[in-house]
Write a protein that binds this ligand. Structure first.
Ligand code: 5GP
Ligand code: ZN
Length: 116
């Protein structure tokens, strides 16, 4: 499994940097965002290091999707949200700051004022 020694998310997967883990499987790791844009903001990542969605092994799409559905439902339940956004910022121009592919799950309430 590829890992980047300088990657903050690889360090989180390895337990070298603490996180509030919400799910872990053989392939997937999920944790609360350190700077949530809304309560319940979760990041879902492959454990293996891929800089962006474009490099990611396509076989990981299914386990990631499964985790996203489970966690989005849990985040909505926990926050009383009526919906959620699923966002994958890809490359710096689109706002990607951490170069390890990650899916943002952002719980949403009607008229919560957030524009993404
Ligand atoms: P991006 O802008 O790359 O799509 O999103 C990166 C996300 O990672 C941001 O929402 C940021 O708050 C989150 N983040 C960055 N460093 C850490 C960290 O060390 N721990 C956690 N839990 N989240 C982080
Ligand atoms: Zn990484």
């Amino acid at each position: 499994m590829k890992r980047d020694p300088d990657c903050i998310f690889c360090k989180i997967v390895a337990g070298e940097v603490p996180s509030q883990k919400v799910l872990e499987t053989d392939e997937v790791f999920a944790f609360l965002d350190i700077a949530p844009v809304k309560p319940g903001h979760v990041l879902v990542i492959p454990k293996e290091h891929f800089a962006t969605l474009l490099e990611m092994d396509a076989d990981l799409a299914a386990p990631l999707h499964k985790a996203v559905r489970k966690l989005a439902a849990a985040a909505m339940e926990a926050t009383g949200a009526q919906g959620f956004n699923l966002q994958v910022n890809t490359h710096k121009a689109a706002g990607q700051l951490v170069p390890h592919v990650h899916y943002h799950i952002i719980p949403r309430h009607e008229d919560d004022g957030l524009t993404l």
